[in-house]
Design a protein around this ligand. Structure first.
Ligand code: NDP
Length: 334
C-alpha cells in the first residue's frame, strides 16, 4: 500500500534559504526515506517567479519521495492540510528601521499566516519560524492561530546551537559527535546565551577540558566570555563579512535538523519554545532553552542549575524578549 505523504509548507520559498531547503527536504533529509512529502511553497507576488523556478528544478530532480509541489501567494492555500510549516519569509530590518516598525511589518506577515494555520492546517501541525525576529514572529503566529495549541509553535536556535558546537570542536580538537549538552538560552539575537556549563566532551565537562587545554580555569573562563560567547552570537555577521552574503546553507541545515529531531526524537538540543514558566521565564514568551523530544514535540529540559553569571546573561536576553513582546502589545497587535 502506498504511504500517504506529509504536507510541508515553506514560506519565503523563493528566497535563498528556501532554495537551500527545498531540495534536501525532497531528497528525504528531513523526514527520512520512508515519508513522501507534498511541498507547498508560499511567496509574495514579487517572489513567485523565483519559487516557480525552484519548483521546475524540483521536477527535474525526479525525487521519488516528492509527490507534489504547489506554488502559491495565498496563505490559506499554502497551509491547507499542512503538518509541518517552516516560516522563512520575513521582513528584514532596513537601514534606520526602528524595532516597532520591524515588528509591525512582521505582524502583517505572521498574523495572517497564523490565522491561515488556524483555519486549515492538519491536526498534527508543527511550525518552526526561521524569519527574524524569529522568537517574536513565532509568538505573533501562535497568537493568531486560534485553537492550535501554542506548543506547536517554535523558533529556530539550532543554528546557534550548531555554531556553539562548531566553536568547541575547533578549540578542543574533537569531533561534533563527541560534544553533548550545549545549550542556547534566550532570544535568537546578539543577546543569546550560548552555555557550556552542562556540556561534556567525551564525557568530561567542557570547562575541565578547556582548563586542561588552556592551562588554567581563569583562561578557560576568559575564552568562554571573551571569545566563544560573542563569536557564536555574532557569527552571522562574521559569515557576511567573509562570504559577502548571509549564511544560507547552514541556516537551512539547522532548520532541517530542528524539524528532524522534533519528529524523530532527541535527548537534547536547543530550540525556542513557548514558555510555560520554566526557569522563571514569563509564560507565553517564545524563548530558547535546552529541549528534548520524544517525537511529539519539544519539551524544556528542566532542573538544570544556572550559576549567577549564567542567570544574568539569560535574564538579559529574556528582557529583550519581554521588550519585543511589549512593543508588539503597544502596537495593539497582541
Ligand atoms: P533569506 O532566505 O536569506 O532569509 C529569510 C529569513 O530568514 C530572513 O528573515 C532572515 O533574517 C532569516 N534568517 C534566519 N537565520 C538566518 C541566517 N542564519 N542567515 C540568514 N538569514 C537568516 O532571505 P531572502 O531575502 O533570500 O528570501 C526571503 C523570501 O521571503 C523572499 O523570496 C521574499 O519574497 C519572501 N517573503 C515571503 C513572505 C510570505 O511568504 N508572506 C513575506 C516576506 C518575504 P535576517 O534578514 O534578519 O537575516
Amino acid at each position: 500500500m502506498a504511504t500517504s505523504s506529509t504536507t510541508v509548507t515553506i514560506t519565503g520559498a523563493g528566497g535563498q534559504i528556501g532554495y537551500a531547503l527545498l531540495f534536501r527536504i525532497a531528497a528525504g533529509d528531513m523526514l527520512g526515506p520512508d515519508r513522501p512529502v507534498r511541498l507547498r511553497l508560499l511567496e509574495i507576488p514579487q517572489g513567485m517567479r523565483a519559487a516557480e523556478g525552484a519548483a521546475l528544478e524540483l521536477q527535474d530532480c525526479a525525487f521519488p519521495l516528492l509527490h507534489d509541489v504547489e506554488v502559491t501567494d495565498n496563505a490559506r492555500t499554502a497551509f491547507e492540510g499542512c503538518s509541518i510549516g517552516m516560516l522563512v519569509g520575513a521582513r528584514p530590518r532596513g537601514p534606520g528601521m526602528e524595532r516597532a516598525d520591524l515588528l509591525a511589518a512582521n505582524a502583517g506577515i505572521f498574523g495572517p499566516q497564523g490565522e491561515a494555520i488556524g483555519a486549515g492546517a492538519a491536526s498534527d501541525v508543527r511550525i518552526v519560524v526561521v524569519g527574524n525576529p524569529a522568537n517574536t514572529n513565532a509568538l505573533l503566529a501562535a497568537t493568531a492561530a486560534g485553537d492550535v495549541p501554542a506548543d506547536r509553535f517554535t523558533a529556530l536556535t539550532r543554528l546557534d546551537h550548531n555554531r556553539a558546537v562548531g566553536q568547541l570542536t575547533e578549540a578542543l580538537d574533537v569531533r561534533p559527535d563527541e560534544i553533548d549538552g550545549v545549550a542556547i538560552w534566550g532570544n535568537h539575537s546578539a543577546t543569546q546565551f550560548p552555555d557550556v556549563s552542562h556540556a561534556t566532551v567525551r564525557g568530561v565537562p567542557v570547562v575541565d577540558a578547556l582548563t586542561e587545554r588552556l592551562g588554567d580555569k581563569e583562561r578557560a573562563m576568559a575564552w568562554l566570555d571573551d571569545s566563544f560567547i560573542p563569536r557564536v552570537a555574532k557569527r552571522g555577521a562574521e559569515i557576511i563579512d567573509v562570504r559577502g552574503s548571509s549564511s544560507v546553507a547552514s541556516a537551512a541545515n539547522a532548520a532541517i535538523e530542528h524539524v528532524r529531531d522534533e519528529q524523530a526524537g532527541t535527548a537534547w538540543t536547543s530550540a525556542a519554545v513557548v514558555s510555560q514558566g520554566e526557569y522563571g521565564v514569563p509564560e507565553g514568551l517564545v524563548c530558547s532553552f535546552p529541549v528534548s523530544s520524544d517525537g511529539s514535540g519539544y519539551r524544556v529540559v528542566e532542573g538544570l542549575d544556572l550559576d549567577d553569571r549564567s542567570r544574568a546573561r539569560f535574564e538579559a536576553s529574556v528582557s529583550e524578549l519581554v521588550a519585543e513582546r511589549d512593543a508588539v502589545r503597544e502596537l495593539g497587535i497582541l
